[in-house]
Design a binder for this molecule. Structure first.
Ligand code: GLN
Length: 681
């Protein structure tokens, strides 16, 4: 690799900065071409799948192109997929740190897998006979990133997970108001198959239970909501009631096909979910309670009648007559049983849930399947009633719209972020998957995805919308910059947000260190008044050393009043008079701190995203530390290599004069020392 090549690239970047940054971030060893494999790997690491329909023409071009791509071709190739590839390369998809997210989910999955509690649904043989140990999870983001683990590609019975979708389909046909003439939107607080109906005035402004007969006339009776059986039988009954059963089922299967992104470009559905007819027949055979519910709905008048007249009885036997069963009831039940008996994989259901998270547009096909209004009206009901009589607890603990089914599936919607489906057939008493519930709980205890997490500054949990390095940068960077610049206002506002002002960066440099180094006396006082304790940094240096080295006597006196035994820091600087390379300034200071955290963690993917966003590799922080200092100190060899081959100079010096090589030596990072020495010659 030569210095000239890097400068060639530099001049390219000057010409067409944005696109050249993307290209540069993928070049290896200062070459002026990108390897086709590197581009594919970067897309895979960002969570996009090779079979993603949005990437098909890009992959075709890549196949035709050969192994290496020069700048001009690179630009025309990535443009075939609109902005998708650019977003992926810059780490701007819904889950920007997809690899880190996947690792955390893998860990949770492995722990939850050990749980064996719960029982299979036993009311019909096809559900009682499934392998109880099955366990799978799939997550699809609104940008179409896909995480899959375990039995995520096995078909299983969607059962009640169909309910929110039936509700949506009915609303698309009839509109919200008409649908709610037939079904309520109140939590029932009861088992999913409870026979109680909600009584309300004809104008709909009183809710209570259907208890007393003398309410007749003044009250209408409807299912509590579309998420319990009564409500789902009702919504099934409302979908295209004029059509035949087969037409209706076909229509619904096609709708599911579109939710999952299987719809072909001409609008026809290339594929539809499998229908398990045996399951539907067994549901019918054993579904006494549901059948009772169907008639109850008819009796209360909320299920629309079919327009049939009573035919003349023509039996020769004078006591015999045709027993009449209202077709509206049987049709609604038959359709309901059939939709419950559709089979999909966890990945399919997660995609349908992601369509809800994405306000009705399927993330992969990019087709609008449901209107924004429909989705907006469905999610609140899902949130308050989706988990039946466990909905309240679930809302509090997990805080996400969710729906379970007795087939063992649970779907979750994280609005504007992702759809999740967990599948594991053992159920608890409420009919919810035991492992599914546990996964959902652990997801919210790891990530800030609860509906009401907006105001949390709980640093123990991660924001999935941020790369982990950015998350760390945010939780310490702002305070450190504010302290070093004497900005007490900002510090005060961080205090009221309950942010920890003692948190240090990758070098355990804290706001107190920087305020002391920069002679910000008022800030030091403010921090001490807030109860912040002086702690040693990476080199064993307390803030008092910073104050002393920079001749800030008043601050030194302040620290001397505290009853703390301060140690002296050890900085290794082998050749203080040696060559000194330039450190770049970059106006977005938090992005610089993110870069240094990423280098600390050897997260080359994250470094690459930042380079693609135009952050100079040799940007320095408040202590003139650069990514190479950190990668060297932590022994992050891949990061060291990436930085150097992307033009990071070797002899940058931090506040104390140390170079990356000094840092690698001091921390005894042998492989990095060898690498840097080799490189220097
Ligand atoms: N088919 C089931 C029933 O109606 C669905 C119930 C469920 O999944 N909770 O009983």
């Amino acid at each position: 690799m030569s210095k000239e090549k890097i400068s060639q690239l530099e001049s390219l970047r000057a010409k067409s900065k944005r696109e050249a940054d993307l290209f540069f971030s993928l070049c290896e060893n200062g070459q002026n071409f990108v390897e086709s494999k590197k581009l594919k790997d970067a897309l895979g690491n960002s969570g996009l799948k090779p079979n993603d329909s949005r990437l098909q023409s890009l992959f075709k071009r890549l196949e035709a192109h050969g192994d290496t791509i020069v700048f001009e071709d690179f630009i025309s190739i990535i443009r075939t997929s609109g902005l998708l590839v650019e977003k992926a390369l810059r780490g701007q998809l819904a889950l920007p740190d997809f690899i880190d997210f996947s690792k955390n989910l893998d860990k949770i999955f492995d722990e939850v897998k050990k749980m064996k509690a719960g029982e299979l649904a036993s009311y019909i043989p096809p559900l009682a006979e499934v392998d109880p140990d099955q366990f799978g999870i799939a997550i699809v983001t609104i940008d179409g990133q896909i995480y899959e683990r375990g039995d995520s590609l096995k078909d299983f019975s969607i059962q009640s997970m169909c309910k929110p979708f039936n509700y949506c389909f009915a609303m698309e046909e009839m509109g919200l108001e008409k649908v709610h003439k037939h079904v309520g939107q109140e939590p029932s607080g009861r088992q999913f198959d409870d026979l109680t109906l909600l009584a309300r005035t004809v104008s709909g402004n009183y809710t209570g239970e259907y208890a007393k007969d003398n309410l007749e006339g003044r009250f209408s009776r409807v299912p509590f909501n579309p998420m319990v059986n009564a409500g789902a039988i009702m919504t099934a009954g409302l979908i295209n009631p004029e059509d035949s059963y087969t037409q209706r089922l076909r229509y619904i299967r096609q709708k599911f096909g579109s939710l999952v992104g299987w719809t072909a470009d001409d609008g026809s559905s290339a594929e539809i979910p499998r229908f398990n007819k045996d399951m539907a027949r067994q549901e019918n055979f054993k579904g006494y309670n549901n059948i009772a519910m169907g008639y109850l709905l008819m009796a209360t008048g909320s299920l629309p009648h079919t327009k049939t007249d009573l035919h003349r009885d023509i039996h020769p036997d004078e006591d015999e007559f045709d027993f009449y069963i209202e077709p509206a009831v049987t049709e609604a039940l038959k359709l309901y049983f059939s939709i419950c008996s559709l089979e999909m994989t966890a990945t399919d259901v997660a995609m349908a849930a992601a369509t809800l998270a994405n306000s009705g547009v399927c993330p992969i096909s990019q087709h609008r399947v449901l209107s924004q209004k429909t989705v907006r009206n469905c999610l609140p009901v899902l949130q308050t009633s989706g988990m039946y009589n466990a909905s309240g607890t679930f809302f509090q603990e997990v805080g996400l719209p969710a729906k379970s089914g007795v087939g063992g599936g649970i779907l979750l919607v994280v609005p504007q972020l992702m759809g999740v489906c967990i599948f594991s057939p053992r159920l608890d008493k409420q009919g919810n998957s035991v492992r599914g519930l546990e996964m959902a709980k652990r997801l919210t205890s790891k990530y800030l995805v609860h509906t009401f997490d907006g105001t949390m500054t709980d640093t123990g949990r991660l924001d999935p919308k941020l790369p982990i390095a950015r998350w760390k940068a945010d939780s310490c960077g702002e305070a450190i910059w504010a302290a070093s610049n004497g900005n007490i206002r900002t510090l005060e506002s961080l205090v009221s947000q309950q942010r920890d002002l003692q948190t240090g960066d990758y070098d355990i440099r804290t706001p107190l260190h920087l305020a002391s180094a920069e002679g910000q006396f008022e800030v030091v006082k403010f921090l001490l008044d807030q109860g912040v304790k002086p702690i040693p940094d990476r080199w064993g240096g307390y803030p008092i050393s910073d104050a002393r080295n920079n001749n800030h006597k008043k601050i030194v006196d302040l620290f001397n009043k505290l009853d703390i035994k301060y140690t002296e820091p050890f900085h290794l600087v082998e050749n203080p008079k040696g060559k000194t390379d330039k450190i770049a300034k970059f106006e977005d200071e938090l992005m610089v701190i993110e870069l240094l955290f990423a280098a600390t963690e050897n997260n080359v993917d994250n470094i690459r995203h930042l380079v693609a966003k135009g952050v100079p590799v040799n940007a320095g922080d408040y202590d003139l530390r650069t990514a190479l200092h950190l990668a060297a100190a932590e022994g992050s060899l891949e990061a060291v290599e990436y930085l150097i081959t992307h033009g990071h100079p070797l002899n940058v010096r931090d506040r104390w004069g140390a170079t990356p090589l000094d840092e690698a030596k001091r921390e005894k990072r042998k492989s990095v020392v060898n690498f840097l020495n080799k490189y220097n010659h």
